[in-house]
Design a protein around this ligand. Structure first.
Ligand SMILES: C[S@@+](CC[C@H](N)C(=O)[O-])C[C@H]1O[C@@H](n2cnc3c(N)ncnc32)[C@H](O)[C@@H]1O
Length: 289
């Protein structure tokens, strides 16, 4: 497991700081990849003897973890993230479950990722599956898809997936929570130190249609998640829209208000989020470059 040596092209320092600060809480409070989605991704690798995964914006390694369980023959993982702290957490989370699979941690922005040149006599191991979970909106999407076209195996699959956030979710307790955050931070959805979140100008589907990855299928997986109020507070601390630094010295007051609100909405101590995990599976037309 290695990081390449710098210099790295990277995000603005305040954006990388946002992810670094969230890294420890991420491993603990961020939901993993649903089993049904892991099975779907495993299906894209069926019949390949020693498949290779390239995971972009790996965070604390949620996608590799799910795939190590769903694809017993997974041979190698390239896990890319712009945050070193996230990669440290990914290493700690994945090391115990790697088995014979090898892992390379790559500290880079996804669009600048490049594989290591193979050693003499070694074959290049091009990725069979390129995944990007809850991270594509942070990236230069078209450049990421062009990079995937450069590096992936001819019949590879790209998977862009995610499930929104407690900010975007619409039910009584998430709406009340959003209103509370807005009372503290103003009406716009904050995006860490960058200011206010800007919706992407093109949808992920439009990006794919304009790329080499035009053979697209969409899969929508309904999921019901249960949270305790303490887990919601832990999750909020990892987000770009309600992280502690945004509140400054009012963070403790916000958490007290949020805790009371969540307890008032909880039933038997639990809050339910019924959401949809969407997976866009894309291949090159005809399955070759
Ligand atoms: C919301 S987390 C998602 C983590 C994980 N994939 C998951 O499903 O939970 C987004 C991750 O993308 C990383 N990231 C943001 N912009 C990136 C970029 N341009 N290139 C690579 N990683 C990036 C962040 O550091 C963070 O770890």
């Amino acid at each position: 497991m290695t990081y390449p040596h710098g210099p790295f092209p990277s995000l603005p320092p305040e954006e990388e700081a946002l992810f670094a600060a969230a890294a420890a809480g991420y491993a603990r409070y961020r939901p993993g990849v649903p089993d049904a989605a892991a099975r779907l991704l495993a299906g894209a690798l069926r019949g390949r003897p020693a498949p290779v995964l390239l995971d972009l914006g790996t965070g604390t390694g949620q996608v590799p973890r799910a795939l190590l369980a769903a694809v017993p023959g997974l041979a190698h993982i390239e896990a890319v993230d712009v945050s070193r702290r996230m990669l440290d957490q990914a290493r700690d989370s994945l090391a115990p479950v790697l088995g014979r699979c090898t892992l390379r941690l790559v500290h880079a922005t996804a669009d600048t990722y490049a594989p290591l040149a193979p050693l003499p006599g070694e074959a290049q191991r091009a990725p069979d599956l390129v995944t990007c979970c809850r991270a594509y909106h942070w990236m230069d999407g078209p450049a990421v898809l062009a990079m995937a076209d450069r590096v992936a195996a001819p019949d590879a699959t790209v998977a862009i997936m995610g499930d929104g956030s407690l900010w975007t979710h619409d039910c009584d307790w998430t709406l009340a929570l959003r209103e509370l955050i807005q009372r503290y931070l103003g009406p716009g959805r904050r995006a860490g130190a960058r200011g206010v979140y800007a919706e992407p100008s093109r949808s992920f589907e439009e990006d794919l249609a304009a790329s080499a990855w035009t053979d697209l299928t969409e899969h929508r997986i309904p999921i019901a998640r249960t949270w305790t109020p303490a887990e919601v507070l832990g999750y909020l601390r990892t987000t770009s829209f309600a992280g502690p630094t945004l509140f400054g010295e009012r963070h403790a007051a916000f958490e007290a208000d949020a805790r009371a609100l969540l307890h008032a909405h909880a039933s038997n101590g639990s809050l339910v989020e019924n959401t949809v995990f969407t997976v866009l599976l894309a291949r090159r037309p005809g399955g070759a470059s």
